[in-house]
Design a protein around this ligand. Structure first.
Ligand code: CDP
Length: 779
């Protein structure tokens, strides 16, 4: 019997009882509390900081400033992109909400009160808020801390073949171009960031509890930056209330909590509040894109070229493999069979929070999918062709896989037309178009139908191509089967709500013929798990999940030798059948994993060189990424009087290869679709001209709720990944990646009677209404 299937999540036993243990639940004897003083200015020189009144507060134990940290050579820290970021500002502040000082006090309230007693004198400087102004001659230089830096330029990067692409554009029968913005949004996890740091002065051991998506990478970075030996550092990532990329990097607050504990000799807890999370932790997107598409008049797409201006905020804190400053954006050719493609990306500094994280996506795949799916719709309007038909005409065909894209990706497997056809059938596409035609003929009401087809590149990644700060992206797994046949799996990835304790147990159970209930999954503790780069970019199943299958297979092979001793047969004469090792052709002799485990720990004489016990370790270096894909159809109704958009229906057909737990997969897709509706219709990290943050609460920065979401209609196709040991592809972020384009395409389609060809997200009622009036909103 297969261990895969719709098993209820093991972790829900504690979550639905409110018995999870989050970082803020960690309380240690003698623990102190930290609070961060933040800059009110987006750009200002620091003239002086007077901490004397705060230090005199009876409950304050320490006040740490940039100067204190400079003495420890910790005032600056490396970012995941190899830039530097101020831990506490020394020279000037570069975005509103930047960390300026850290107070450690007996309780959280005293720490916050004492922040008011710190007197900082600022000299305000002009701020650069709009990325399009960042490279102007007269733009103030944000990063004058960097040697010789005289502008706000970070990088220029390109991919694809420029000459071949330009040549196609020159000859093309039809070309269209569109400017579009993927606005700055925020992952906004339910649990904010924070840390409990405990430095033991006697043993020299530092323990940090923190909701990090990458505990091992954090430990290595702490060792490199703080000079504490790595084996003396333990990072524990307990239950996490959502990550979505927000919890990949190291934030100044973590470093301050550690320094606070070193300075005071007591544990220090620091938990940020919602506004701090929204203002200062990693944002996502903020890509100003100009895309062009070249095609024949009968709708053969030939080439795409793209220019992007990427706003990286005040410090380049984006997270992606080193070789790719624009992440995996160059997968923008999407799901189509193109002759050539080229993109250029320029990164700039602005006076906004640093980041550019992969918010529920594999390193800028979301921006790429949005770009191509909007461009295809713009082309469909130009050609007066149905967008479904245009896509169908250009999708890669099953026989083309493995397929090498014009920008160098090797897509592993796919049957795209089948998936699109299923989505269209589920939606009743022809009937919907007929309904729309009737409505248009009758002069209203407005309805729109939007399609998107996406291909993701997830499971970073092959070590020879991908590393973060020099750390290769392979993942470890350790598996031990105890004498009574119960197993413990230790993995380096870290669940933030994705249900790894269930699905990874299912993988082991499937490989070893056990029940998933007999497999315990340990994760999120560097002292207890093997090294690996963590969970983001939907890499857990493609990499750690593969490591899990491989380590289980190693154990299964060891079990074979033990079984051969039990059955007095040669290992070659055994076969694995129905979850047991049996003599070939004689299933009745089969030995279960529990029987074999007991024998492996017993006095049974084992063949020469076999050590006994039943365990194994594995490091999995993925040969390639996995390429999940899907077809989405969104139907919206739009009220032209108010600009209100209602998502009437949403059909999502996803193909993530073999599904370990279809129920968990569907839950992941539901969450991602809600995310997509949120980004398309309501989310924007807005700033005024002086760089004041206008979205620092959930009253201003809106999250989608059940009210805005329809009842999702899900379908699936299964095209296994040929190189993944169980044929699975990642899925955690597919829906966030694919859905915004479907919603926007639907709204733009609804507005077609007004001659609208494009409108930037978020399609708020005000924006839609202004778009109808011909005055679209621009940030
Ligand atoms: O890295 P992250 O866990 O965010 O993403 P993922 O690897 O796509 O997995 C999300 C959840 O869906 C995990 O519990 C997976 O094991 C599960 N999953 C599955 O059951 N089948 C798949 N083909 C892919 C993921």
């Amino acid at each position: 019997m297969s261990a895969y299937g719709r098993m209820h999540r093991k972790e829900d036993a504690r979550f639905i009882r409110g018995r999870g243990t989050y970082t803020d639940d960690v309380n240690l004897p003698g623990m102190l509390h930290g609070a961060v003083l933040r800059s009110p200015h987006a750009h200002a020189a620091i003239v002086s900081i007077d901490t004397s009144a705060a230090e005199a507060h009876p409950k304050v134990k320490a006040v740490i400033t940039g100067e204190t940290l400079a003495g420890l050579r910790l005032a600056w820290m490396p970012t995941l992109s190899g830039d530097t970021q101020a831990v506490l500002a020394t020279d000037k502040v570069r975005f509103q909400g930047q960390e300026v000082a850290f107070v450690v006090a007996e309780d959280r309230y005293a720490a916050r009160d004492a922040l008011e007693l710190i007197d900082v004198e600022y000299e305000p400087l002009p701020a650069v808020v709009d990325a399009r102004r960042a490279l102007d001659e007269d733009a103030p230089v944000i990063r004058d801390d960097l040697d010789g830096k005289a502008d706000n330029h970070i990088f220029d990067w390109q991919a694809g073949d420029k000459a071949a692409t330009d040549a196609i554009f020159e000859r093309a029968q039809v070309t269209v171009a569109q400017d579009m913005l993927y606005p700055r949004v925020h992952p906004a996890p339910l649990e904010t960031c924070g840390a409990v740091a405990d430095f033991d002065r006697v043993t020299g051991k530092l323990t940090v509890w923190c909701p990090t998506q990458a505990p091992h990478a954090h430990r290595t970075l702490y060792a490199m930056v703080a000079g504490i030996p790595e084996h003396k550092i333990r990072v524990i990532s307990p239950d996490i209330g959502g990550g979505f990329g927000n919890k990949v990097g190291i934030y100044p607050g973590y470093v301050c909590a550690i320094v606070g504990s070193i300075v005071t000799g007591r544990p220090v807890k620091w938990m940020e509040d919602r506004s701090e999370n929204l203002m200062s932790t990693s944002f996502a997107r903020d890509y100003h894109m100009h895309g062009e598409i070249a095609a024949t008049r009968d709708g053969r797409i030939q080439a795409i070229r793209v220019k992007v201006l990427a706003d990286h905020g005040a410090f380049n804190g984006t997270a992606q493999p080193t070789k790719y400053p624009a992440g995996f954006f160059h997968v923008f050719t999407g799901s189509y069979d193109l002759a050539a493609a080229h993109c250029e990306v320029t990164g700039v500094y602005t006076n906004k929070a640093p980041g550019g994280v992969a918010y529920a996506c594999s390193f800028r795949v979301t921006e790429a999918v949005y770009l191509v799916e909007r461009l295809v719709d713009v082309l469909a309007v130009e050609l007066d062709m149905d967008p479904a038909e245009l896509r169908m005409r250009n999708l890669l065909k099953p026989g083309q896989f493995p397929y090498t894209s014009p920008t160098g990706w090797e897509y592993d497997s796919g049957d795209y037309p089948r998936t699109l056809r299923l989505a269209l059938d589920m939606a009743g596409y022809d009937k919907l178009r007929a309904e729309q035609a009737d409505r248009r003929a009758a002069g209203g009401p407005l309805m729109g139908i939007g399609i998107s087809f996406f291909t993701e590149a997830v499971g970073a990644g092959p070590r020879k191509h991908m590393d973060i700060l020099g750390l290769g992206m392979a993942d470890g797994a350790e598996l031990r089967v105890h004498p009574t046949g119960k197993a413990v799996l230790r993995v380096s990835c870290q669940s933030q709500g994705q249900g790894h304790e269930t699905t990874f147990a299912q993988i082991v159970a499937q490989e070893l013929g056990m029940s998933p209930g007999d497999v315990e999954v340990v994760h999120g503790d560097t002292d207890q798990t093997p090294f690996g780069l963590g969970t983001y970019g939907s890499r857990s199943t493609p990499v750690s999940g593969a490591a899990t299958a491989m380590v289980a297979r190693k154990v299964r092979e060891r079990a074979r030798v033990v079984a051969s001793a039990m059955l007095e047969a040669s290992p070659e004469d055994l076969e694995w059948a129905e979850g047991r090792w049996a003599v070939r052709g004689d299933p009745a002799t089969g030995k279960s994993m529990a029987e074999i485990a007991l024998a492996a720990h017993s006095g049974l004489e084992l063949p020469e060189g076999v050590e006994g016990h039943l365990d194994a370790v594995c490091v999995y270096n993925p040969p390639n990424l996995t390429y999940p894909f899907g077809a989405y159809v969104c139907v919206v109704d739009v009220d032209p009087g108010t600009g209100q958009v209602k998502v009437r229906r949403f059909v999502a057909v996803d193909d993530c290869g073999v599904r370990i737990n279809p129920m968990i997969v569907e839950g992941q897709i539901h969450g991602g679709l809600a995310d997509g509706v949120g980004m398309a219709l309501m989310q924007l990290m807005a700033f005024d001209e002086e760089g004041n943050h206008l979205g620092a609460s959930f009253m201003d920065y809106l999250l989608p709720t059940a009210v805005e979401c329809p009842s999702w209609e899900l379908g699936e196709t299964v095209t296994p990944s040929p190189h993944h040991p169980i044929g699975a592809k990642g899925v955690g972020e597919s829906a966030t990646v694919g859905s915004p384009a479907a919603v926007v395409n639907a709204v733009v389609d609804a507005l077609r009677p007004y001659g609208v060809r494009h409108a930037d997200m978020p399609l708020t009622p005000a924006n839609v209404w202004l778009t109808i009036q011909g005055r679209p909103f621009r940030t």
